[in-house]
Design a protein around this ligand. Structure first.
Ligand SMILES: [Zn+2]
Length: 59
């Protein structure tokens, strides 16, 4: 079965492919990296805001 890598659009095979649905480890990491950076952006910003609130409460 032939599939298309969702990252680079190259044709690859589903069988015997440890990185499916990606064509390579590189593409898998690119996809996971893009996903992870989206996840980190929001909580990181929220944490900063909470930090400032805490400082005000201490004083
Ligand atoms: Zn790829």
């Amino acid at each position: 079965m032939k599939i298309r890598c969702p990252v680079c659009r190259e044709w690859t095979t589903w069988e015997e492919n440890p990185y499916k649905p990606f064509c390579s480890k590189r593409c898998k990491l690119i996809d996971l990296g893009a996903w992870a950076s989206e996840e980190y952006r929001v909580p990181g910003k929220k944490e900063e805001e909470e930090d400032e609130e805490q400082k005000e409460a201490d004083e």
